[in-house]
Design a protein around this ligand. Structure first.
Ligand code: C2E
Ligand code: CA
Ligand code: CA
Length: 698
């Protein structure tokens, strides 16, 4: 109401016209038309006015404009503007105003005004107000909707893009602008292919095309290398056919990806060395076989086993052992091609897979390098360790066409390397194949052998060299297979251990041996001892001690009459369960004997650590005692050392009188061997007597 201009001629109106216009306005209810006299009193009030301002015509007529719909603060201005118009002809221009309705609420209107001179020559002003309330509300809602959207876009981590169907960016919102590939200002209006890496924009293009064709929400993943690092996104894309636009919401899935990656790593990679674990190695092996089948090339499966690794673990601790394995994995990985796989099968066993070979011979160079990586000593915590490895190689397809066969044959070849004195490699051969087939047959036949009654326990008498009398026997298992005939314990015991069948079989031996001992004592009126061999595997049997106790009870044999023979291998299988069982047996009063002494590793420390009662000198040394100075020196030293530790010494494998003589001179306590008797069945043991000729020099 501040802009005023001179009005044109305002007197050119007649009452007739006025009445006609009034009639017209009476029917219009969307527009308020009000007439005011010179005093600004209402003279006309149409139905639209009632609608917009709330007053009926009766209520309004006679009231003054400023008292009716003009808010307090505008009153003075309105009154003076009206006066200026009447006296000076200064027109009130049309404008948007906020007036007031009957209930005192704001009413937005677009207001225009005209001035008439009526028949009585008085000025009448007409106001035509168009209600703006709905428009305003819609405007306000639109503003608040945009604000809402903006704050949503800001607070969600997702990126939002609106694209044309050909991939031009119409709109872009990013809560975190660091996740935009180019700066915000440069994005809008650009075509996706203009700035995104080719691979990513190709994905977008393809998905847009697909969503236009098929509809629905599509999603795909991509990554961008941003200044904040590589960010992985999952884009969800949907086509808006009406707008011919495409909405894209891109979510940062880097963290989720990393978690998935970690899980994948844990499942497929060895946590210690970070190289492929058994699962992944075998998977790669199967993959490699398929590839070689296609290409017609050969592949080598190399099986490596670190020699004497248990010794390292045992004498220097697991930390050192772990470091050795990590270093070994690194060294092995350094000499193979990138396309080869170095994996850890478990423990100290590694596998190397080499594909694309023209000849088996082509593997030799790398295999020699693999063997060679151990030549340098390992320096762990400032300590130098000399280590070697035994390697076995099986070649696809010559030595097997399946992963299982190749692995088994590489393992067999590795075994061959161990037998050959370690620190060497062997390729799988036909003979090894025969050996494997026999092993498989033994394994097959061992199942059920106990139930079929194919086992027999034989006994080899033991002679006390001081008294010259029989003092006991060692129980030795015999297997008469109905299919394979007699199989030597050295052949079937390792397989029985491997399959776990040694557990029930061992129980059988113990029960037989105790029953025999009881019977032998009764028949002879003498107190004998019985030695029973124990396998490492039996130590892992939870109720072993209970079974021993119960067997002693049922047989009525005194615990100190029973000896368990244990090789050092038992002591290498892991401390806790061995300690528990050895202590348990010792507490029961059972005697412990260290078997095969001299063939193992660090025997002395074990002898000190555990409560052994007897030490058995391995028959390989006894065999050389009369012919080989080194064997004799070793036996001499062993007897002296054992005696200093209060251990009785048993010599096994005594075959000649000469050997017996030497052993007697060296102060050996007990002897057993073919010189006295082969292992014999229980009924023969009952009648066994020493002949005079046995005891030369005794
Ligand atoms: P070992 O405990 O060292 O048993 C001594 C082996 O030497 C026995 O072989 C025995 O027959 C053999 N032997 C005894 N005197 C002489 C001799 O004068 N000259 C020669 N050359 N050999 C002699 P065997 O019975 O074939 O048993 C071999 C191995 O099988 C045993 O070696 C033992 O480690 C294992 N074994 C035998 N029976 C059992 C058993 O019941 N349980 C377990 N866990 N292992 C057993
Ligand atoms: Ca033995
Ligand atoms: Ca032995």
């Amino acid at each position: 109401m501040c802009d005023r201009k001179k009005s044109g001629d305002m007197e050119n109106h007649h009452a007739d016209t006025r009445d006609a216009v009034r009639q017209l306005f009476d029917t219009v209810d969307a527009i308020s038309v009000q007439g005011y006299d010179q005093e600004r009193k209402v003279v006309y009030w149409n139905i639209g006015s009632e609608k917009i301002y709330g007053y009926s015509a009766e209520e309004a007529v006679g009231q003054k404009l400023e008292d009716l719909i003009i808010p307090e603060h505008m009153r003075e201005g309105v009154v003076s503007a009206h006066r200026d118009w009447v006296t000076d002809g200064i027109e009130i221009p049309a404008s948007e105003l906020t007036l007031r309705n009957k209930s005192g609420q704001d009413v937005s209107v677009y207001s225009s005004h005209v001035m008439f001179r009526n028949a009585h020559d008085e000025y009448e002003m007409y106001c035509i107000d168009v209600y703006l309330g709905d428009v305003k509300k819609a405007q306000r809602q639109a503003v608040s909707k945009e604000e809402l959207l903006n704050s949503v876009f800001e607070s969600i981590p997702d990126l939002f893009f609106l694209l044309t169907e050909d991939g031009r960016i119409v709109e872009c919102h990013a809560g975190d602008s660091r996740k935009l590939y180019v700066e915000y200002e440069q994005i809008v209006g650009k075509h996706m292919v203009d700035f995104l890496p080719e691979e990513v924009s190709a994905k977008f293009k393809a998905s847009i095309a697909k969503s236009i064709a098929e509809g629905g929400v599509l999603s795909f993943e991509y990554y961008l290398d941003l200044p904040i690092g590589r960010i992985y996104f999952e884009a969800r894309l949907s086509h808006l056919p009406g707008q011919k636009q495409v909405v894209v919401i891109a979510r940062d899935i880097t963290e989720a990806n990393e978690a998935a990656e970690l899980i994948r790593k844990q499942a497929y990679f060895d946590s210690l060395t970070s190289i492929p674990n058994r699962l992944l190695s075998l998977d790669r092996l199967s993959q490699m076989i398929k590839e070689m089948e296609r290409s017609g090339e050969k592949a080598a499966v190399v099986f490596l086993d670190v020699d004497d690794f248990k010794k390292v673990n045992d004498s220097l601790g697991h930390d050192v052992g772990d470091k050795v394995l990590v270093e070994a994995a690194n060294r092995l990985s350094s000499v193979v091609r990138d396309s080869d796989t170095v994996g850890r099968l478990g423990g100290d066993e590694f596998i190397v897979l080499m594909g694309a070979l023209a000849e088996s011979f082509d593997a030799v160079g790398t295999v020699e390098k693999l063997l060679g990586v151990f030549r340098e000593p390992f320096t762990i915590d400032g300590r130098e360790l000399i280590l070697t490895t035994s390697i076995g190689v099986a070649v696809f397809p010559d030595n097997g066409e399946s992963a299982t066969d190749l692995l088994r044959n590489a393992d067999a070849a590795m075994y061959q390397s161990k037998e050959a004195g370690r620190n060497t490699y062997s390729f799988f051969t036909k003979q090894m194949n025969a050996m494997i087939l026999r092993r498989l047959e033994i394994e097959e036949q061992l199942y059920g052998a106990l139930e079929r009654g194919e086992f027999e326990v034989c006994y080899q008498p033991k002679i006390n060299l001081r008294s010259g009398r029989i003092m006991g026997a060692e129980a030795l298992l015999r297997w008469h297979s109905s299919v394979m005939g007699s199989v030597a314990p050295d052949e079937f015991i390792p397989i029985a251990e491997h399959t776990g069948l040694i557990v029930p079989i061992g129980k059988f031996v113990l029960a037989q041996a105790l029953a025999c001992l009881k019977e032998w004592g009764r028949a002879s009126g003498q107190e004998y001892t019985m030695a029973v061999n124990l396998s490492p595997r039996q130590f892992r049997d939870q109720d072993f001690i209970d079974y021993v106790k119960q067997s002693l009870r049922t047989s009525g044999v005194a615990p100190e009459r029973l000896e368990f023979e244990i090789t050092e291998g038992v002591l290498l299988i892991g401390q806790a369960c061995v300690d528990d069982i050895l202590t348990g047996l010792h507490t029961l009063g059972i005697k412990l004997s260290m078997d095969d002494f001299g063939t193992g590793y660090s025997s002395l420390s074990y002898l000190r650590r555990y409560d052994f009662d007897l030490l058995k000198i391995d028959r390989s040394f006894v065999g050389g005692i009369t012919t080989n100075k080194e064997d004799r020196d070793l036996v001499t030293a062993t007897i002296a050392m054992a005696h200093s530790l209060n251990l009785e010494v048993v010599a096994e494998g005594v075959e000649t009188a000469d050997q017996l003589n030497v052993l007697c001179k060296l102060g050996c306590d007990v002897a057993q061997g073919y010189h006295f008797s082969k292992p014999i069945p229980a009924r023969e043991l009952m009648h066994y007597r020493l002949t005079d000729s046995c005891m030369v020099g005794g």
